[in-house]
Design a protein around this ligand. Structure first.
Ligand code: CUA
Length: 333
């Protein structure tokens, strides 16, 4: 009988390999240095042991050459690890613009997923194989942490802000999703699955859901229900800034600063409108804190993204459905 102890979880995303390589390098380096240092300690302990009771050790002046050597070599090794690690980190946490977007709201004790086309899932997320997927997350209550070991993806979900991470699944299957931050009595039950499907299966799955319409269209309804539309008019005659074409642009603020109109800025502007006033406008917008849930905020953000931003043709986010081929849209859209 062969006993196998897996050294690491499944490698199921495009950066499982690079992350494992860095980890293996750190392990080998640690073992190497640990072994050499341990052996030297033993060797010196024997070589320089006290041989008789009255022995007095000779004075040692030290060696500049040695001191430099054991400072400079570790310096370059640690800087190398730093550059390697930060490159990997930068790639993981800066989603490419062509990625498929999925929104996540965490709460005690479940994971709620929203697809752009309107499908919702709880504790289970379906993603296509070989496609970049960007996850934008927030939480309704305390800090949670989105952890998919097989993808080497782990990111804290912090109240009051959007955290993003992306991955590209490279192997079909079902993979564990954990909450990796203690979040109360139900923490250990805050688990789920990521289901990686072949592109065709994924299309079929997508077509089976979404009775409520896309995320952006729910956002548009909300935009009217909350009467946002009375101030944010598209003809620039309203009391608030025009939101058409806004997303992703740099905006000049009243205090002379600048801000990029991204998801976080839109969220903040809805909940705390006075935080960053656009140049030329009055701080008259009331807060919507307590009136919209995190999920509704995501719908509003998706709507504002859908009416703004990058010119058509760009694989960006101008139209949330533009990134999906026609065949992937659910029927009725
Ligand atoms: Cu959520 Cu632990």
């Amino acid at each position: 009988m062969q006993l196998s102890i897996p050294f690491s979880p499944d490698q199921a995303s495009s950066y499982s390999g690079p992350v494992d390589l860095l980890f293996a390098f750190l392990c080998v380096l640690t073992i190497l240095f640990g072994t050499v240092i341990t052996l030297l300690i033993i060797y010196f302990a024997i070589k320089y042991r006290r041989r008789h009771r009255n022995e007095v050790p000779g004075q040692i002046e030290g060696s500049m050459k040695l001191e430099l050597l054991w400072s400079i070599i570790p310096f370059f090794i640690s800087m190398g690890i730093f550059v390697w690690g930060s490159q990997l980190y930068y790639t993981m946490y800066h989603a490419p613009s062509e990625a498929l977007e999925i929104y996540v709201v965490a709460k005690q004790w479940m994971w709620k997923f929203q697809h752009l086309d309107g499908q919702r899932e709880i504790n289970e997320l379906h993603v296509p194989l070989g496609r970049k997927v960007k996850i934008t997350m927030t939480t309704e209550d305390v800090i949670h942490s989105f952890f998919v070991p097989a993808f080497r993806v782990k990111l804290d979900v912090v109240p009051g802000k959007y955290s993003t991470v992306w991955f590209e699944a490279t192997k079909p299957g079902r993979y564990h999703l954990f909450c990796a931050e203690y979040c109360g009595t139900g923490h250990s039950r805050m688990i789920g699955w990521i289901e990686v499907m072949e592109a065709s299966e994924y299309q079929a799955w997508l077509a089976g859901g979404a009775a409520e319409g896309s995320l952006a269209s729910s956002g548009e309804k909300l935009f009217q229900q909350l009467a946002c539309i009375t101030c944010h008019r598209s003809d620039a005659q309203g009391r608030g800034p025009v939101l058409q074409g806004l997303f992703g642009k740099e905006i000049l603020l009243q205090n002379g600063g600048k801000v990029v109109a991204d998801e976080s800025y839109i969220r903040e502007s809805i909940l705390n409108p006075r935080a960053k006033i656009v140049a030329g406008f009055q701080p008259i917008m009331p807060t919507f804190q307590g009136q919209v849930s995190e999920e509704q905020l995501l719908q509003l953000v998706a709507y504002i993204k859908s009416i703004g931003g990058k010119p058509p043709g760009d694989a960006g986010v101008a139209n949330p459905n533009a990134t999906a081929p026609a065949a992937m849209k659910p029927a009725g859209q």
